[in-house]
Write a protein that binds this ligand. Structure first.
Ligand code: ADP
Length: 484
């Protein structure tokens, strides 16, 4: 991979501001999903190095937490500038290991960097309260202090922003962190680590463990008594297990888990907006996000006209290697992703659905899939319960608002939901009725640093980004001053 700054390409774990590998020099390969070639081999660390990183973070916490918010903020701003200045290289690294088109990769770097900037600003606004006293001889003060060492595990679909969304509020509050990125996308994480050292973070504030043995590393992170907080983004299945592991030491947890996003197109929608929003929500990152529209409900009386235009737009999407110009859909992450789509498609077809666009692998390569549409879906199908995580639109027809809301809420997930209508009354009624942490009205892409991201029900616990994001990394301490 040719970069402007070749130093960004690191291959070892990052502990205490040093590049570290395991004693046995074990490595694992990072693969380019566009052509299945090995990009490089990475240090395959385990429990020993994770423990080392936790101890480094614990030692660093003593001084980092004592710095003033303004001092922490200053280092964060330097890091933000470095990430922004190296955007082209970071985007190239991301596209090479993850597959998303370069334009989307750049968008993610901007989004990812924005968390560093936002929380550098928020660091100075972690206010407490002086509470009116019930007794005149005492005063009541509530302050917020950093919780301690934070351990976090992140997924492969957003290799930069899922990391900065956790690290930034943590270090802004005065915490120190140990992160394990997904084994598919460690290079972006290590490039961020390299830039953090350049920015001047003290030893041990940011630590990155690269590993192919997630369970082994996860066990140390969730059970180590020096870790006070565990933050995870990934599947609901793994999240539930890690939450259970955290119970052994009663850690504070944040979980961003799976979604099963409904997207409703009402008969009074602005169809141009609805097509644009549905495409953006469904096909971003080739459908591999936890907020991608998973079930698309279209009202009966506009069904045919909407679908005719939607089909045209979907089949026009440009599929190919992410580094090529004008590509809109890159490869899927691995063979399992293709197998999952095939399984969901076959199940839907057996239960009466029809493919009306795509439906096959794409000629661009082994891990490419045609932008597809299946119509005639119903709640009996696996596709209505599981995350598709691929470029396939599952379409359902509905008649009344009540029916749409009931179907939309008929899931154990509650991350994102979207709907399109021009009617203000309907917009408010439906937004309030949807059991989701994030609701997009006439908009298919709603993630912003300034807004709280997170799910209800089995989609997770806690919120990331926004003024709420920092709450996950502080403890409220009540100080009673008596004898006045
Ligand atoms: P995905 O489908 O996105 O790969 P996962 O939940 O499997 O979802 O992975 C998200 C993150 O969780 C990755 O960093 C992965 O390595 C990690 N992970 C997977 N299984 C475990 C586990 N048993 N313990 C700890 N971390 C895990």
């Amino acid at each position: 991979m040719q970069l402007l700054n070749q130093q960004l390409l690191q291959t070892q774990s990052f502990i205490n501001n040093q590049w570290v590998g395991p004693a046995n020099r074990a490595t694992f390969d990072v693969i380019n999903p566009a052509d299945q070639r090995v990009i490089t081999s990475i240090a395959d660390c385990g429990a020993v190095e994770t423990e080392q990183a936790v101890k480094a973070a614990s030692a660093a916490f003593k001084s980092w937490s004592k710095k003033t918010a303004k001092e922490r903020s200053a280092v964060m701003k330097k890091w933000f500038n470095l990430v922004s200045d190296n955007m082209d290289d970071l985007a190239m690294i991301m596209t090479t290991e993850q597959g998303k088109p370069l334009a989307e990769a750049k968008g993610e770097i901007i989004y990812g960097a924005s968390f560093i900037e936002w929380f550098a600003e928020e660091a100075r606004r972690i206010y407490g309260d002086v509470i009116p006293t019930p007794l005149n001889d005492r005063r009541i003060i509530a302050t917020k202090q950093p919780i301690g060492v934070v351990a976090a595990i992140t997924p492969w679909n957003f290799p930069v922003s899922m990391i900065t969304r956790k690290i930034s509020p943590a270090i802004a509050a005065g915490c120190t962190v140990v992160i394990k990125p997904a084994a598919q996308t460690p290079l972006s994480a290590l490039a961020l680590a390299y830039l953090s050292k350049e920015a001047g973070f003290p030893d041990g504030v940011i630590n990155i463990i690269t590993s192919s043995r997630a369970a082994e590393v996860g066990k140390v992170m969730t059970e180590h008594p020096l870790v006070q907080k565990f933050s995870f983004t990934g599947s609901t299945k793994v999240g539930k297990m890690l939450m259970q592991q955290c119970a052994s030491t009663v850690k504070k947890v944040s979980l961003e888990l799976g979604g099963n996003a409904p997207l409703i197109v009402f008969d009074d929608a602005n169809i141009d907006l609805a097509i644009k929003g549905t495409l953006a929500s469904k096909y971003r990152n080739a459908g591999q996000t936890c907020v991608c529209a998973n079930r698309i409900y279209v009202q009966e009386n506009i069904y045919d006209s909407f679908m005719e235009r939607y089909k045209k737009a979907v089949t026009a999407l440009n599929v190919g290697e992410g580094t090529k110009p004008n590509v809109e859909i890159g490869p899927l992450i691995d063979e399992n992703a293709i197998e999952k789509i095939n399984r969901l498609m076959n199940d839907a077809l057996e239960r009466g659905a029809t493919i009306t666009a795509g439906g096959n692998k794409h000629e661009a390569g082994k891990l490419f899939y045609q932008p597809s549409i299946i119509e005639g879906c119903n709640s009996e199908m696996a596709v209505s319960r599981e995350e598709i995580f691929g470029p396939v639109s599952a379409i359902y027809k509905f008649r009344t608002d009540e029916e749409a809301i009931q179907m939309a809420n008929n899931t154990e997930y509650g991350l994102a939901a979207y709907f399109f209508t021009q009617n203000i009354g309907r917009a408010i009624r439906v937004a309030e009725a949807l059991d989701y942490g994030i609701v997009g009205v006439n908009e298919g892409v709603v993630s912003h640093t300034e807004a709280p991201f997170g799910g209800m029900k089995e989609s997770g616990i806690g919120r990331e980004g926004s003024k709420y994001g920092i709450e996950e990394y502080v403890e409220v301490k009540y100080v009673c001053i008596g004898g006045l």
